[in-house]
Design a protein around this ligand. Structure first.
Ligand code: FAD
Length: 286
């Protein structure tokens, strides 16, 4: 199958992109890396009249640190999430997750903005944005606003981005040296979408856990914060007993449903296994 014939525009600014979208009356798609959109066009899952190529808008680029907040332009590519030293220091969960996203050719073109705007529940970066308490900067005809990750992911492939709006950048509280991070996922084959994935970020105060942040992917229609497990860990030692209690608490955090690939009970089991591994890794390294 081939994509529907479409018109193409290549704006140089956010304002031009928003205008180009409005001109079509909404029958348009922004394209960034094209790694999800192009297959969707080829399969006619999407058939917009116009493609608006945002890949050449300088305002959507850049990796910088200001007042303890890491700003990542929406066009930051997956490969940069893995290779950039500032990201490795300030947002290590992105760097740890990146090698699990697809394959090198896709990571060379795919953008963080495209991944998070798409909000596939099996995607790594959306869940890590949730774990890091990132804020999404969104531009629209009415101006610019910021939405916390906790309010951004609303339902399956649905986010706080309204039709025609652009995801501009991510603002991420920079990790501190006391933070210990780990990411892993369980997939049938390397490069496949995960059956379950998890990122954990713990602030260690001596032998005690200060704050714990844990987020899962592939456990429901949106990425999920494991608040009950986080509460179990906060304020205590990271020992075997605490890890077992955090694993048990996932029954309150996660509500996976049966699907063709993985029964719900197995997914919860896998999530517990994964969390135990990550916390064990952090404990060993501390
Ligand atoms: C074979 C294969 C395997 C893959 N495996 C994985 C995987 O394991 N894990 C994973 O997470 N992903 C995976 N992906 C998806 C890949 O990571 C995509 O690159 C990513 O999801 C989208 O990024 P993009 O820049 O290519 O976005 P595009 O394909 O250009 O766009 C995706 C969607 O986001 C919208 N969009 C893009 N940028 C913006 C913006 N700034 N503001 C508003 N809307 C925007 C587009 O309109 C479109 O609807 C895989 C893809 C393929 C083809």
């Amino acid at each position: 199958m081939k994509a529907r014939a479409f018109s193409y525009s290549r704006p140089a600014t956010i304002a031009e992109a928003l205008t180009a979208f409005a001109e079509t009356g909404g029958d348009a798609s922004y394209i960034a890396g094209g790694q999800s959109l192009v297959p969707a066009l080829a399969l006619r899952l999407q058939a917009p009249e116009r493609l608006i190529d945002i890949a050449h808008i300088p305002e959507l680029r850049g990796i910088s640190l200001e007042d303890g907040s890491l700003r990542l332009g929406a066009l930051t590519r997956h490969v940069e999430a893995h290779d950039d030293p500032l990201i490795a220091r300030c947002a290590p969960l992105l760097a740890f997750a990146a090698p699990h996203v697809a394959h090198p050719a896709i990571r060379n073109r795919g953008t963080l903005g495209g991944s998070v705007a798409l909000a596939d529940p099996a995607s790594e970066f959306p869940a890590m944005m949730l774990a890091m308490d990132a804020e999404m900067e969104i531009a629209g005809p009415e101006g610019t606003r910021r939405v916390p990750a906790s309010a951004f992911f609303q339902d399956l492939y649905q986010t706080a981005i309204e039709p025609g709006e652009l995801l501009v950048a991510f603002h991420i509280p920079a990790a501190h040296p006391k933070h210990r991070c780990a990411f892993d996922e369980l997939a049938r084959r390397r490069g496949d979408y995960a059956m379950v994935g998890c990122g954990a970020m713990l602030a260690l105060e001596g032998a005690l856990v200060g704050e714990a942040r844990i987020a899962f992917l592939s456990v429901g229609p949106v990425p999920v914060r494991a608040r009950a497990a986080e509460a179990v860990l906060a304020g205590g030692a990271l020992d075997g007993e605490a890890i077992r209690r955090a694993q048990a608490a996932l029954a309150d955090d996660l509500d996976p449903q049966d699907d063709e690939q993985v029964p719900a009970a197995m997914r919860l089991h896998l999530a517990r296994v994964l969390l135990g591994r990550l916390l064990g890794r952090i404990a060993e390294a501390s």
